[in-house]
Design a protein around this ligand. Structure first.
Ligand code: IMP
Ligand code: MG
Length: 373
């Protein structure tokens, strides 16, 4: 990991890999231009290091000139403006030109300098670049020799800079992407608040992975697994399954789905201990909770909803009024403090959980879109 100004960069292409590729390019070019009058035109500043190493690895005579263009104004996003080519005054008649670039990104630099090179009458013009970003490329002339095709990430090192620094690094580093690109939501609320229903809609809209501890426990109970039998003894009483059991289960569930866009935690964390454990787990994965969305519904309404649900779903823990009472009590005592846990981190958002399903969904979407913007 290296730091250049305010940005962190992580290892991307090692010095060894560069060396290997530079040699391979030199060999190929040496072969293609054997017996021809070859001149490299290296584009400053970025290509100086690549041009130097490439020259050293060439096996045929080759001349070199340096030209200066600049399309980057100290930013990590291409400005698209390309200045004129300066520094090539010679007549290139009869000479075969290979332009040496450190990186071809949009391809605008190459497109902009080609006409002025053509005017100098070279026998041929080809382009050799160490790095090529196919996803960013929108030019008319693709490089003929490419060291590495890379994703559209900003890179530094081996001649490439961020705000003029980082050029001296002997390897190539890429800008560290932030873990915040994952959208991880804790959907919170008392039993009967509508977490399951709303989860489905959030999943559809944001492509999230649904992690419902209740669903996993119920699946285990149905399958009569060891975990299921253990969990059942607690759930039938309206008690919480012990933290360590739940946390271990979450951990193995997350390990099974390493490449998700985001996770919606439905029914978890339910205690402060679980919330801290989850933080730890996510930070190991290089990510974190984005937001806790809490559906707020008062007790009387909850009891009515749970009774209705028991009639249609047959969930045992919904049927018995005493169990219902106990679940709401447990929620108030143990789970509600989790709200404070996220409040302190500025991640808590309360959402009115009374209204039509669509209305509540809209409220949730609004909060998430606010967070993302
Ligand atoms: P173009 O977009 O192909 O015209 O590339 C223009 C110039 O942008 C390159 O010669 C580099 O100087 C600079 N550039 C493009 N991508 C990067 C990068 O990831 N890191 C550092 N400089 C870059
Ligand atoms: Mg350059």
């Amino acid at each position: 990991m290296v730091q250049v100004f305010d940005k962190q960069f992580e290892s991307f292409i090692t010095a060894q890999e560069i060396n290997f590729e530079v040699n391979a390019l030199a060999q190929q070019i040496s072969k293609d231009y054997d017996g021809k009058e070859l001149v490299f035109i290296a584009l400053l500043n970025g290509a100086f290091m690549f041009a130097s190493d490439l020259m050293k690895a060439m096996q045929i005579p080759v001349a070199i000139s340096f030209a200066k263009v600049s399309s980057y104004a100290g930013a990590t996003v291409t400005s698209g403006h390309v200045k004129e080519l300066i520094g090539i005054e010679d007549d290139l008649s009869g000479k075969h030109v290979v332009i040496i670039e450190d990186i071809v990104d949009t391809g605008k630099t190459i497109d902009a300098i080609l006409p002025s090179l053509v005017k100098k009458n070279p026998a041929s013009i080809k382009i050799c670049t160490l790095l090529f970003k196919p996803e960013a490329f929108e030019g008319n002339t693709k490089p003929d020799y490419i060291g590495f095709s890379i994703p559209n990430n900003f890179v530094v090192g081996y001649g490439l800079d961020y705000n003029e620094l980082g050029r001296n690094l002997n390897a190539i580093y890429q800008l560290k992407t932030t873990p915040h690109s994952m959208l991880n939501i804790v959907l919170f609320g008392p039993p009967g608040a509508g977490k399951g229903t709303q989860s489905e809609r959030l999943i559809d809209k944001y492509g999230l992975f649904h992690l419902s501890t209740g669903d996993i426990f119920r699946a285990n109970i149905k399958g009569n697994t060891e975990l299921g039998i253990l969990a059942k003894s607690y759930m039938d009483q309206g008690q919480l399954v012990p933290d360590q059991v739940t946390i271990n289960m979450i951990k193995s569930e997350l390990e099974l789905h390493p490449n998700v866009k985001g996770i919606i935690f439905d029914g978890f964390p339910r205690t402060n201990a679980q919330a801290s454990a989850l933080d730890e787990l996510l930070s190991e994965m290089g990510t974190e909770i984005s937001l806790m969305l809490a559906l707020e519904v008062e007790e009387e309404e909850l009891k009515i909803r749970l009774k209705k649900r028991a009639e249609s779903s047959g969930r045992i823990d919904d049927a018995n009024p005493e169990v219902i009472e106990n679940r709401i009590r447990v929620y108030n005592n143990e789970t509600a403090p989790v709200k404070e846990f996220y409040q302190q981190k500025g991640k808590f958002v309360g959402v009115n959980g009374i209204g039509s399903i669509d209305e509540i969904t809209d409220r949730l979407f609004t909060q998430i879109d606010l967070f993302k913007s």
